[in-house]
Design a protein around this ligand. Structure first.
Ligand code: HEM
Length: 461
């Protein structure tokens, strides 16, 4: 067996003698990772100042080693979990170990396809609401921010899926509080500790605290009313409340219900909304793809609203969404720390909080060995035949292994239903002269929103 190399010997850009690649990481992260892999191969080391190293892996084989084959070695970084904790507490995304395992077991059944089938009508209904609002606009020549529209829509959907109410009346308040809380959490995650501590009453800290308390009061109130029998619903909250640990018979406390619903609320809308926004952008750039999508919708639905049963026949719409997730994966990077020393791609990875192993779906999805002409938008890549030829982990917008997204089926159901409903009534066009660029924060968003022209296909009935 060949000797493993030390981390210092791993390939990667030299960067600045002291700061390494920290400036590039801050200002052009996507390019930094892409260039480094193009130049140095499937495993690269990027120095972030004198103390911290990122080890980035870009091949399906190395991704499998980290995310699938060695879950006991590679865990989520505690500092990342701590940054997310004020908002999502000890929910599924941020918990770890036995507690996480128990919660995942309790929650998994709620996300099986058959259970989710019951939610499709509310996905379509919420979309029709949005479309009626679009139809009632006085002028179609005013652009609409599709990123904001998709955010509002997916928030309404996940709210109804969780609680059976559109958190009515409070929807805007909740939406605003969520936006502030999310921005605050982004800031915590990205500032790497260089921010004012929580007790300092900066305007950002105060706004963050106020947003959290608004969200808490809405969610705890919903839980209390449900427990008191004032509300009913065959929704995710009901499933979480009924879920019982097979060994101990325990159910979730109010605090756990709060943490899990807040997690689903957040994880369940922003990612999907960004992916849908990117999809509308790509469709507007590729009229031939849009025409084929429209033809599929017309021949499958013949003017009626889509249902769960239609999903297998809306195959091309699903492929469009999958190809969008390849080019613009909303969770564009995720991190792990080795809990014990390991050898990864021939390089010794120490168990140290200063060596962060990252996987970027944005980069893996552009590996030219697996994806010829990686920048080209081509939904036919996801035909069943071509998908079968690829290594499974060549495409991982939902992560992989134990911590695979629990909501992947939810998103893969929601997206084609929304797409079909919109295509039945509207045509979306790019705004001439507006450059669309990705902004890689925690999620990959269109920078500054996505203004688009929204033209009704038919005059209002
Ligand atoms: C296109 C849409 C979505 C994308 C791209 C996405 C992506 C991801 C990724 C990459 C992870 C794993 C992160 C890691 O391993 O570090 C994850 C986890 C998670 N996602 Fe999603 N997600 C989407 C939609 C949803 C939806 C709709 C829900 C819920 C309704 C959801 C709930 C969650 C939860 C709870 C976790 C944590 C799971 C665990 O650790 O056990 N996601 N998601």
């Amino acid at each position: 067996m060949t000797e493993a190399r030390s981390l210092a010997e791993a390939p990667g850009p030299r960067g600045h003698w002291f700061w390494g690649s920290i400036q590039e990481r801050r200002h052009h992260p996507l390019q930094l990772f892409l260039d480094a892999h193009q130049q140095f191969g499937d495993l690269v080391r990027l120095r972030m100042g004198p103390a911290i190293s990122l080890v980035s892996v870009a091949s399906p084989e190395l991704v499998k080693h980290v995310l699938v084959d060695n879950p006991t070695v590679y865990g989520k970084p505690p500092s990342l979990l701590a940054s997310a904790a004020p908002l999502v507490g000890n929910g599924l995304f941020s918990s770890d170990g036995d507690f996480w395992k128990r919660q995942r077991r309790l929650m998994q059944p709620a996300f099986h396809k058959e259970r989710l089938a019951g939610l499709t009508h509310l996905m379509v209904d919420s979309t029709q609401h949005m479309l009626s609002r679009w139809q009632a606009r006085s002028s179609a020549s005013e652009p609409l921010d599709l990123a904001a529209e998709m955010m509002r829509l997916t928030l309404a959907i996940v709210g109804r899926a969780l609680f059976s109410t559109d958190v009515s009346g409070t929807a805007d308040r909740v939406g605003q509080a969520l936006a502030v809380a999310l921005e605050g959490t982004n800031h915590r995650l990205l500032s790497l500790g260089l921010r004012a501590p929580d007790f300092v009453p900066t305007s950002r800290n105060r706004a963050f605290r106020d947003a959290l308390s608004t969200l808490d009061s809405v969610v705890f109130d919903i839980i209390a009313r449900r427990r008191a029998g004032e509300t009913h619903g065959n929704d995710l909250l009901a499933m979480l409340m009924a879920a019982q640990d097979a060994d101990t018979g325990e159910r979730m406390t109010d605090q756990q219900l709060r943490d899990e619903t807040m997690t689903l609320f957040l994880a369940g809308h922003e990612t999907t909304a960004n992916a849908l926004a990117w999809m509308w952008h790509l469709l507007a750039q590729h009229p031939e793809v849009e025409a084929r999508a429209r033809a599929e919708v017309e021949s499958t639905l013949q003017g009626r609203p889509p249902t769960f049963e239609d999903l297998p026949r809306l195959r091309y719409l699903t492929q469009i969404f999958e190809e969008t997730l390849r080019l613009y994966p909303p969770a564009w990077i995720f991190a792990r720390l080795a809990k014990k020393e390991d050898v990864l791609g021939g390089v010794r990875i120490p168990a140290s909080p200063r060596v962060i192993v990252v996987t970027s779906p944005y980069v893996v999805h552009r590996n030219p060995r697996v994806w010829p002409e990686p920048e080209r938008f081509d939904p036919d890549r996801f035909s069943p035949e071509r998908s079968a030829e690829r290594p499974r982990l060549a495409w991982l917008p939902f992560g992989a292994g134990q911590r695979l997204c629990i909501g992947n089926n939810f998103a893969l159901m929601e997206a084609p239903l929304i797409t079909a409903s919109v295509l039945q009534r509207f045509r979306l066009r790019s705004v001439p002269g507006h450059a669309v660029r990705p902004e890689p924060l925690i999620t990959l968003r269109p920078k500054g929103g996505l203004p688009m022209l929204v033209e009704p296909l038919h005059a209002q009935a």
